[in-house]
Ligand binder design. Sequence first.
Ligand SMILES: *Cc1c(COP(=O)(O)O)cnc(C)c1O
Length: 375
Amino acid sequence: MKRIPFLRPNLVHLDSYTPYLAQIDESRIYSNYGPLNTLFEQRLLNQFFAGRGALTTVANATLALMLAISLIRRPGGRYALMPSFTFAATPLAAMWCGLEPYFIDIEADSWCIDNRLVEQTLAELGTDVAVVVPYATFGTGTDLSYYSSLHSSGTPVVVDAAASVGTTLGNQHFGIDFPGAVIYSLHATKAFPIGEGGLVHSGDASLVAKLRQAANFGFTAARESALLGLNAKLSEFHAAVGLATIDQFSEKKSTRQQVYGWYRDQLDQQGLLTKGWGLQKTHGSIAHQFVPVLCPQGTNNLAVIDALDRANIEARTYFRPACHQQPSFSSFPRSSMAVTDSVAARSVSLPLWEEMPQSDVIRVLAALSTVNESK
Ligand SMILES: *Cc1c(COP(=O)(O)O)cnc(C)c1O
């Protein structure tokens, strides 16, 4: 049987961005916030964020996290509060800013950071907390009102929304009007893929302007470095791919939602939802990157990965190991990790890609059913 890959990244095809490449040839501007990047930013702001707040592109989301944390962290603070159930980029970005990650457990249903634990930890650590970095897990929308008021009352917040491009709550893009910084990734494996790239959006236009300056060596208009900067600019080539991606995004999103829907229906029809299997509880309308499911209590996700592999299906264990279980981060302080440990050991991310046929989804579910029976 043909192998079902976990992801099959599908960037827009050459013919859709050759007109933009021709413009690069003409302008001979290849980077440094050139005309295609400007157009890409304007279209994103208008079409995704209703023209509200401000937005800048970045070379990737990891650099955006570093720059945002570096700019808005509380001076003298020591800790960056964040979930352990996230990608390594989140704690690494804090470490590059000289901060110590402080890991907080997640909620059992949404797999997002537990706000009550954040509140408790803030009460204990006070101004030693330099920044809070919640993560919108696997692209879900989450209610950011707690973090809006936290940021506005003096505890800086950077939201890692790496997988949330195109996620809408109500009719609004996730993160719109947030007073701190919201970071999105445009990496090839995310749902709005341009190769490498990222976005920063904020309701605070002056914060975005500073971040944009920091992403260009901290240069002022007079080309004097006046901020701790680096080079995090998006090239015109990536902006060209981005412009073509905007045109095709709603189709890409609905294709991804269709495949996700097949999974949800199959989980239900095969009766797996009543046998202890579950889906991450998400909010809003998401351009799904893959399909995170929770295996029944007592099932080791590594055994499920093996069983799927024997059926020639590639799946992943995001995030196992969780950050606090990895060598770079295991010495950092943390809250109880009861839920993180359990979800890290029981969740499996199933394949999703744009051309995935329904028959492949049925094959994945059939393989999962056998895991269930052999238990
Ligand atoms: C993908 C991802 C990042 C990093 O994004 P890049 O654009 O690849 O640097 C950061 N955090 C999370 C949670 C991610 O999933």
